[in-house]
Design a protein around this ligand. Structure first.
Ligand SMILES: [Zn+2]
Length: 364
């Protein structure tokens, strides 16, 4: 592991604990800026939807190719859509959720002043369920949050407003006793944000010809929206989306190669993109040459920012690098630091390897 493990752990915990559903990513962007400010040779830029670019120019000057690495800053959550007369909150999902993982859980409203109010997703006690009710997975629209308020007026006086963001409540992300695994919210896709930060830090002390852009995109979970505008603004020659994938290693999961601890997953395809074949082989060779652990991954359901990026202008050579995770889109996602570290290594080695000749060789 070439990275400073303590730095990675500290960043993993901080970026899990910070809040930001789709459309509310500014605190995440500011934390990225705080973490990287002062590193020489980098510039920051924003687009009009809020995506952040960290630009690290290479030695190749203005004719050098540009490589982008995009990780989305938003996390899945909810939005307050109704406050009932009796002081309960009805809410809508922002991103994909399954009713099963919500009942009885704590959620918190984060209002526009940054104040937090914690409530619970109410449910009937099992004693009162009919046998047909007990078999149902409740729909989000039938769920409510109970903050303990006695009326609508009281809840509003506590600072809860229609349109506020709702975030899964967790005290803090934490390391498991073997120290390699971390459990926390929002690792989809904050683990990749941590990867981008570490890549920029490592490139600051490294010779690289190509221009490197680390993009923190907005609104991935609701339709790859920040990826579209940011890849238009900072059009790369080669693009990677960095995101999580599934670890196929828990009871009941289909057995596949990609597990916690198996390294970076090279995504062959998902529902929105087929990896550029030349780029895929080139990237695999970089992994082999540098003894980076990797597996191949294919997702029949779901997609990443790569789906929007590769369709920019007349097309961009693109693929996704994935970090295995368990329990995606719930209060607790588990990742393994080894996988993060291998992903960073591949991002850095790839960045160092590219010049104008590489681009010509990879082109159709
Ligand atoms: Zn994601």
């Amino acid at each position: 592991m070439k990275d400073n493990k303590n730095d990675l752990v500290e960043n993993l915990i901080e970026f899990s604990n910070i809040d930001g559903i789709s459309g509310h990513e500014n605190d995440v962007a500011n934390l990225i800026i705080r973490k990287l400010k002062g590193i020489k040779g980098i510039e920051f830029d924003r687009d009009n939807l809020g995506s952040l670019a960290v630009i690290k120019k290479g030695k190749g000057g203005s004719s050098a190719p540009t490589i982008s690495f995009t990780a989305h800053m938003d996390e899945v959550g909810f939005m307050v859509t109704e406050i009932t007369k009796t002081g309960f909150v009805k809410f809508s999902a922002i991103g994909g959720w399954w009713g099963h993982v919500l009942l009885g859980q704590r959620l918190k409203v984060v209002n526009h002043s940054g104040e937090e109010i914690i409530g619970i997703v109410g449910s009937k006690p099992p004693h009162l369920l009919t046998s047909s009710e007990a078999k149902l997975v409740l729909k989000i629209k039938d769920l409510f949050i109970d903050f303990g308020a006695t009326s609508k007026e009281e809840l509003i006086s506590w600072g809860v407003n229609i349109g506020d963001q709702i975030i899964p409540f967790q005290e803090t992300a934490f390391q498991t006793p073997n120290k390699n695994r971390i459990i926390g919210k929002a690792y989809d896709d904050r683990v990749a944000i941590v990867a981008g930060i570490e890549m920029i830090k490592r490139l600051a002390n490294t010779h690289h010809y190509a221009n490197i852009i680390f993009i923190g995109s907005v609104q991935e979970e609701v339709g790859l929206r920040g990826a579209r505008t940011s890849s238009y603004k900072w059009t790369p020659n080669i693009a990677f989306a960095i995101d999580v994938t599934f670890a196929y290693d828990t009871p009941g999961m289909e057995v596949k190669d990609t597990k916690l601890g198996t390294g970076v997953a090279l995504s062959l395809f998902d529902s929105s993109i087929i990896a550029n074949p030349q780029l895929l082989r080139y990237t695999e060779n970089i992994a082999k040459k540098n003894k980076i652990k990797y597996t191949f991954d294919g997702l029949v359901g779901g997609g990443t920012d790569a789906g929007a990026i590769h369709l920019t202008k007349d097309g961009v050579m693109t693929m996704t690098l994935s970090i295995p995770s368990r329990y995606m889109h719930s209060h607790n996602t588990m990742i393994d630091i080894v996988d993060l570290s291998e992903t960073i290594e591949l991002m850095v080695e790839f960045s160092k390897s590219v010049n104008n000749k590489t681009i010509n060789e990879l082109k159709f």
